[in-house]
Design a protein around this ligand. Structure first.
Ligand code: FMN
Length: 303
């Protein structure tokens, strides 16, 4: 049987949270086919799983959505606490973050910081054995902290883990979210993995997805999905929206997200702060005045 090419909505802290996901899924759930959404990372704070991270996963807004919680951790104790808490909350799949480039997290060995500690990854691999019957795990990672070769040292450990797939963002943590995608290094690393490899990074159009579809098991799209929320639906149908239609869907998604948040947040200033970051990912064609106003005020002026 031909393998299904997997489409995944990337986790983006502060953006692809329950409100955004619920509206995106309501708008495109039927047309885009089977898309797996991932929560932004869930972490431990003061010895317990951060409550608002957990609420984002357990929220009633996620109904009907194929949603996988993502965790970030620095050692086996944090990992176990997160895994057990999520299993109790009903999770059957868990994604593990080995890619976050945020310096304070990296310094503590979380996210991409773990790439420089293969011994810790091996300990996590051992801990996974106990849970592998009930939970399915996946990994989202970068190629390294400063050196893309770091991932090569992890290939054997990753291959020994029971994983659904490995998502790779082909940059180092030092590059953050900019700079050249390290495509040769990515191909080289992917060839060493026995798991399905999902490509993540810089995908902005349905054609970008097509270009990757023969080399990888799937794609994960982040900023491209914020800017062009219909990208998966367009890829699936083979029918591209016009630039105006794309702008409209972007604005409609923001309006919908804002309406959901309005009922859940306290007051207009909280709502404005929450909405502002979305404007950073406006489609390039969108009227600059609308974008400027959005970045400043968070909202679209009501007609
Ligand atoms: C604002 C922001 C927040 C992010 N939050 C997360 C996160 O919580 N977990 C994660 O694995 N990656 C996170 N990422 C990384 C994205 O999931 C993705 O790997 C990255 O943006 C590259 O993909 P893209 O070019 O399709 O956006 C974040 C990226 C940005 C820009």
């Amino acid at each position: 049987m031909a393998k299904i090419f997997q489409l995944m909505a990337a986790p983006l802290q502060g953006l692809t949270e329950a409100a955004w996901r619920s509206v995106h899924f309501a708008m495109f759930g039927e047309q885009q086919g089977d898309v797996e959404y991932f929560t932004p990372f869930i972490r431990v704070e003061n010895g317990e799983v951060r409550k608002r991270d957990l609420r984002d996963y357990t929220s009633d807004l996620n109904r009907g959505i194929t949603l996988t919680p993502q965790i970030i951790f620095r050692d086996v104790d944090e990992w176990r606490l997160l895994v057990e808490t999520l299993a109790e909350a009903g999770a059957e799949r868990i994604d593990m973050n080995l890619g976050c480039p945020f310096v304070p997290q990296v310094r503590k060995g979380r996210g991409s910081g773990m790439l420089a500690h293969p011994e810790m990854v091996a300990k996590i691999a051992d801990a996974m054995i106990q849970y592998a019957g009930d939970l399915k795990f996946s990994i989202k990672m970068r190629l390294g902290v400063k050196d893309p070769g770091e991932s090569q040292c992890l290939a054997d450990t990753l291959n020994a883990m029971p994983l659904r797939h490995v998502t790779v963002h082909p940059r180092t943590a030092a590059q953050q979210y900019k700079g050249d995608l390290l495509l040769d290094e990515m191909r080289d690393f992917a060839s060493k993995l026995k798991h399905s490899v999902i490509f993540n990074g810089g995908i902005m159009t349905p054609a970008d997805i097509h270009a990757l579809s023969s080399d990888y098991a799937g794609v994960m799209v982040g900023r491209g999905l914020l800017a062009r929320p219909s990208i998966f639906a367009e890829f699936n149908s083979g029918h591209e929206l016009t630039v105006r239609e794309q702008e409209e869907t972007f604005l409609n998604l923001l309006k919908g997200t804002s309406s959901v948040l309005e009922q859940r947040l306290c007051g207009q200033s909280q709502l404005r702060d929450k909405m502002k970051p979305y404007w950073e990912y406006s489609p390039a064609s969108l009227d600059k005045k609308i974008v400027k106003q959005g970045k400043k005020k968070g909202m679209i002026q009501k007609e």
